[in-house]
Design a binder for this molecule. Structure first.
Ligand code: HEC
Length: 110
């Protein structure tokens, strides 16, 4: 009887420990706010609208990211710059596969 109570207590502690571990786990890629590197890195000095309003080709996004990275207090390492670039190229660049390419094609039809 005593062993059984001990066993249950141990199991309960294990379960509590595991749920604590799960709660403390850092946010994963499944967290939508973290998936967008612009929200993670690019909102300290200006809003995202400043970014989304631009119709830049990929190469201009790259030079813009590089310029931002020279500003005081913004320590974006090259890996992070590439992460932001991959996102901008895919989602916003006029010559990327995102919606902007369609907008550009449409504009050129006229
Ligand atoms: C340290 C402050 C700071 C951070 C962080 C920052 N920016 Fe900027 N951003 C600026 C300033 C200052 C300007 C206006 C001067 C300029 O265009 O260089 C600007 C302007 C811009 C513009 C308009 C440029 C144009 O040619 O009209 C874009 C696009 C932009 N930022 C994108 C980004 C992106 C993408 C990130 C994240 C990688 C970012 N910014 C992070 C300070 C910052």
């Amino acid at each position: 009887m005593k062993n059984r109570a001990m066993m249950i207590a141990v199991l309960l502690m294990l379960a509590a420990g595991l749920s604590l571990l799960a709660a403390n786990r850092p946010a994963t890629a499944a967290d939508p706010a973290r998936e967008n590197p612009l929200e993670r890195y690019c909102t300290a000095c200006h809003g995202l609208d400043r970014i989304y309003e631009k119709k830049f080709p990929a190469v201009k996004w790259w030079t813009t990211i590089r310029r931002m990275s020279t500003y005081d207090g913004f320590d974006l390492d090259v890996a992070q710059q590439k992460e932001v670039f991959a996102y901008l190229k895919a989602e916003l660049a006029v010559d990327g596969p995102g919606g902007r390419q369609k907008a550009l094609d449409k504009a050129l039809e006229k």
